[in-house]
Design a protein around this ligand. Structure first.
Ligand SMILES: [Fe+2]
Ligand SMILES: [Fe+2]
Length: 189
């Protein structure tokens, strides 16, 4: 399945673009065009694409960092790569066809969803360092690693880490509400 594209207008059509959109894009563009990040279009996240979730968390973390006078660059990069884990937690044929290594653990683990929640923060931070070692300093590493707090015990050390974990949860709750809304509408038909 073809996934790579330089058409970021189309690939970011799920984001409601405000006046700071281009400033955010300047920070994250090089990562968005990286092949390993583009492959996240084939990873599932809830009912959508992991790519959509990562880019949304990045954009809103950037905006919240701006409001809070935190480091916008750190928030944008950590937000983007917060779920950049190397192994998918849901099996898809597209991913298996692309590289079997992405889906091997899904079949090995008995409770992949539960295990994933506790382990993927650190896995994502290590994977980010593997691909973008020159930019993933200890601060960004920490923000990615602690984004599942309080499910995991490590507390965010930096303001940007709190921002990313907050936006991630806020969007997840929003997503659940949107799904609920859809279900309600379907039920009323
Ligand atoms: Fe996550
Ligand atoms: Fe997430």
């Amino acid at each position: 399945m073809e996934y790579y594209s330089t058409n970021l207008d189309k690939d970011l059509s799920h984001i409601i673009k405000g006046k700071y959109f281009d400033d955010w894009l300047d920070i994250v563009k090089e990562y968005l065009l990286h092949d390993e990040v583009q492959r996240r279009k084939l990873f599932k996240h809830h009912s959508g694409r992991l790519w959509d979730h990562m880019t949304e968390v990045s954009y809103y973390s950037y905006l919240l960092a701006k409001v809070k006078h935190a480091d916008e660059r750190v928030a944008a990069i950590a937000g983007l790569l917060h779920d950049f884990y190397p192994k998918a937690y849901k099996y898809t044929k597209e991913l298996d066809d692309l590289d079997h290594d992405y889906v091997t653990d899904v079949r090995k683990m008995q409770l992949p969803h539960k295990m994933h929640a506790f382990t993927h923060g650190r896995a994502a931070a290590k994977n980010a360092r593997k691909y973008f070692g020159d930019v993933i300093d200890d601060k960004i590493f920490s923000c990615i690693e602690t984004h599942m707090f309080p499910l995991t015990v490590k507390v965010p050390k930096y303001q940007e880490g709190w921002i990313v974990q907050y936006i991630d949860k806020y969007l997840s709750i929003g997503l659940i509400n949107r799904i609920r809304y859809k279900i309600d509408r379907e039920e009323k038909k």
